[in-house]
Ligand binder design. Structure first.
Ligand code: ACM
Ligand code: ZN
Length: 844
């Protein structure tokens, strides 16, 4: 092909891409027909709305006001030109919430099947305008043009939801309203408000004032112990009934229905500290001791309502009656998850009830409780919703909705049992999971990357056989807030763009969904909208590879601006832009970061070394040996992380035994790996390196399905001196060996807690010369449970210890003056958390 041809094709492609971008909408509409021409909104454009549409017209006027500066007239009569017409037409042959939108030279018309349909049409219309339309300050010099189109659109699922946990971290009314506003702009129509949990009760109940005067607060002097970053401070808050009503109204204006959740009978520690009589053993002395001294996840935690206490149902009826009176939704969510039956087993009332009702196990007690609560809700004119555990122990009413979170199997079970089912399986929809291996977040349900979320297809694998799909009401994401205490705006980072993917799963027909197309619309257009909405969304980091003396960057999307440093510092907006491979002998000092704007940037990443390393394996029952030449990436002795990442994670895949060979002779090996964040990981400590020798990595691997994947290597920039440990910390849970293996994913913990004066000493086998010694505490990746009050001491002779440095934010770092013999961690005061976690020393 000659040059001219290539140029013509390039120009053609560009035009085509621009053409697509004019209607790069999220969620993608069912049907879009692009036409010639456009309509320009001006200060004299009228919003034409009848009585039923007037409030929607005012909503649109207000949305357009701050960015355009226009104060458009909302009026009933239709003018000839220059208008946006809003109309509800119940006769429209579209599903509920569907709409038609036409834009021509004269203006735009949105015809909705119902109020929700017009609202959704307005969101599409806003997306047709320049992204600055979302700005909350005047955007000057913009031609407010929208392309001529005809759009016919309606949702795939009638339930498209998002859950926010306001118990573990509290979000005030403006924050909650902002969150709902963002959801509504993505055509999400349910907000599941997780209002109560062990760490705080957040809704005012007039009849039981202690629920909020006591149960909404945690801290050193409160009944609820500090948790999730609240430390020494009194922390908490709640919504008054007046505020709740205002939020319900605010959401309804945005086509969002709020489903409140009152989590019972478990997750009720905040109730238990306020009204101890709900417990199986209403012994306050015992409770005092139990609630302050034991951890949240401790199996003895007294956080469960007694099932055998008739008074409890009276109290629940009063609470739920108040709750039901503020929320117009048909459904009230009553939790039902993760109930610990420990106290039921030891309770005379619960045992008597079991005997009377001929029950043989705790699941039947739970089921009994659920049926009683179901009855209360029905008497209040409401229906019950709960987590999938409510299915255990017996059949509930057919109107009761099941929110399937534990597995796809639970989702199938719910739908096949003909319960209205909401899909929110953790492995796709729990946005408290980390978005990549390098991000902060949980990983018990796996890495929930944007692509993973988007890949969800409920029609796959015969998940809902026969007519059971009919019972799937829709999909919902969940943002549990344990980890949202830091860094600032992490709540937005965890929410977006994953909610954009969720929105499209909920809205767009499966056949119209395509990852590549979505990702292009997202990165080329929707990021810009979210920027003006003022969402601190996650900017995707680049891939950064090292091989044979060069660092190579793969930008996360075409045109992405990646900046880098070569001195180990975190790239800033002033760092150089990456344009070509970086030649370096020190890849560990390189860091790269995507900048979407000056204030929106990705996490920084260091290069990962590409091993010669990919594999393709046939299904096998036994072990297969694989080997890779690693000379292009292996260049130093020391500590190395080796990660085996299959292209599709499959639990039949495993890696046993990893070895590093020098000229064919094994010089380092490891047998114990662990699966973390989608990879099998091994750590090798390699004693020597000689540039003239041949290095090979060898692994024993197994997979009963065909498997492909990548092997990568990362050198840990830390020294690994031989170390012994002396423990003087009575509550330590394990032996101290995990602190000496320089595997930073293994830790030791103290539970309930370390006490003042407790200490732990690292003794080096020989005097250690190093630049810095850093002690990091808290759980790896999560940062939970650090040392809050403590310091490091150094010993140069092995006997005398001198004060070195206090812990700040769980970390203490010291630069020894000369060769050091031992380092001691000393606790100065107990940590205000139920547990404390120590990691291996990082020695540089
Ligand atoms: C849940 O994640 N415990 C519903
Ligand atoms: Zn009981």
């Amino acid at each position: 092909m000659n040059q001219l041809y290539i140029m013509i094709i390039a120009v053609f492609c560009t035009v085509d891409v621009v053409g697509q971008q004019a209607v790069a909408l999220i969620p993608r509409p069912v049907q879009v027909q692009e036409l010639q021409g456009s309509f320009e909104l001006t200060g004299s454009t009228a919003i034409v709305a009848g009585r039923s549409e007037k409030e929607l017209g005012e909503y649109l006027r207000d949305k357009l006001h701050s960015s355009t500066g226009y104060n458009l007239k909302v009026r009933a009569a239709e003018g000839e030109t220059n208008h946006i017409v809003l109309q509800i037409d119940p006769g429209l042959t579209l599903p509920s919430e569907g709409y038609r939108l036409t834009v021509g030279k004269q203006g735009a018309t949105i015809t909705g099947k119902d109020r929700g349909g017009v609202f959704n049409g307005i969101q599409t219309l806003l997306q047709l305008l320049p992204p600055q339309v979302y700005a909350d300050t005047l955007a000057r010099g913009i031609a407010w043009k929208m392309p001529s189109v005809t759009i016919t659109d309606y949702p795939r699922f009638r339930y498209r939801g998002m859950m926010l946990d306001v118990s573990r971290q509290f979000f005030d009314v403006p924050e909650v309203e902002q969150y709902i506003d963002w959801l509504s702009m993505h055509k999400i129509n349910r907000f599941h408000w997780h209002l109560t949990d062990d760490q705080g009760w957040r809704i005012q109940i007039k009849h039981y004032p202690r629920l909020t005067s006591v149960g909404a607060w945690r801290g050193p002097k409160e009944q609820l112990p500090p948790a999730y970053g609240s430390g020494d401070k009194r922390y908490g808050g709640y919504y008054t009934q007046k505020q709740i009503r205002a939020v319900v109204r605010y959401a309804a204006q945005r086509n969002v229905e709020i489903i409140p959740e009152i989590d019972i009978p478990g997750h009720s520690r905040a109730v238990a500290v306020s009204y101890p009589q709900i417990l199986c053993k209403p012994d306050t002395a015992f409770l005092e001791k139990g609630s302050r001294a034991t951890a949240n996840w401790d199996w003895r935690d007294p956080n469960v309502w007694c099932v055998g206490n008739e008074q409890n149902y009276k109290m629940l009826k009063v609470i739920l009656k108040e709750v039901a009176s503020f929320f117009p939704s048909k459904y009230i969510h009553i939790g039902g998850d993760e109930v610990n039956p420990y106290y039921w087993d030891h309770c005379t009332r619960c045992r008597a009830l079991m005997k009377k009702e001929h029950m043989t196990n705790a699941m039947e007690l739970q089921h009994y409780f659920m049926q009683r609560v179901e009855g209360i809700l029905h008497s209040l004119g409401k229906r019950m919703a709960g987590w999938d555990e409510i299915m255990d122990g017996g059949k509930l009413d057919s109107t009761t909705a099941v929110y399937a979170w534990r597995s796809t199997a639970k989702a199938s079970e719910a739908a096949m049992s003909h319960y209205p089912t909401v899909l929110m399986m953790g492995s796709y929809f729990y946005f408290d999971m980390a978005q990549s291996v390098n991000d902060r977040g949980h990983d018990w349900a796996g890495i929930v990357s944007l692509k993973k979320v988007y890949s969800f297809n409920p029609l796959e694998n015969n998940l809902f056989p026969d007519a059971s799909f009919h019972y799937v009401k829709g999909v919902q994401g969940a943002l549990w807030s344990e980890l949202l205490n830091k860094p600032p705006r992490f709540m937005e980072y965890q929410s977006y763009p994953r909610i954009a993917a969720l929105a499209e799963i909920g809205w767009t027909p499966q056949g119209e969904r395509n990852w590549g197309d979505f990702y292009t619309r997202l990165t080329h257009t929707h990021f810009e909208r979210m920027k003006y909405m003022n969402i601190a969304f996650r900017v995707p980091p680049p891939e950064v590879w090292y091989r044979s003396g060069y660092v190579t960057v793969v930008p996360p999307y075409p045109g992405a601006e990646v900046r880098y440093t070569t001195d180990g510092s975190i790239p800033t907006v002033a760092s150089p832009i990456y344009r070509d491979s970086i030649a370096t002998r020190f890849p560990d000092s390189v860091q790269c970061r995507t900048f979407y704007s000056a204030s929106l940037a990705s996490i920084p990443l260091k290069p990962v070394r590409v091993a010669a390393g990919e594999w393709t394996m046939e299904p096998a029952t036994g072990m297969t040996q694989q080997a890779w030449n690693i000379n292009p990436v292996f260049d130093q002795a020391g500590s190395w992380d080796i990660a085996f990442t299959p292209d599709t994670l499959d639990n039949t895949f495993s890696v046993k035994q990893v070895e590093l060979l020098e000229n064919g002779i094994t010089i380092s090996s490891a047998r114990l790996g662990n699966i973390t964040k989608g990879s099998w990981r091994y750590r090798l400590v390699v004693p020597a390196y000689d540039a003239t020798k041949q290095y090979t990595l060898r692994a024993e691997m197994q997979s009963s399905k065909a498997s492909t994947g990548k092997v990568s290597m990362q050198r840990l920039p830390y020294l690994t001196p031989e170390t012994g440990i002396i423990v003087n910390m009575p509550l330590m849970q394990h032996n101290a060996l995990p602190l000496t293996d320089y595997d930073f994913s293994t830790t030791v913990s103290c539970m309930p807690n370390a006490r003042a004066g407790d200490n732990l000493t690292f003794v080096f086998a020989s005097p250690l010369v190093c630049k810095t010694i850093t002690s990091v505490t808290g759980m790896p990746m999560l940062g939970l449970f650090p040392i809050q009050h403590g310091h490091l001491e150094l010993s140069y002779d092995g006997t005398h210890f001198e004060y070195a440095v206090p812990y700040t934010d769980g970390t203490a770092s010291v630069s020894p003056a000369h060769a050091v013999k031992a380092v001691r961690i000393v606790i100065d005061a107990p940590t205000d958390a139920p547990m404390m976690v120590i990691q291996d020393l990082r020695i540089e």
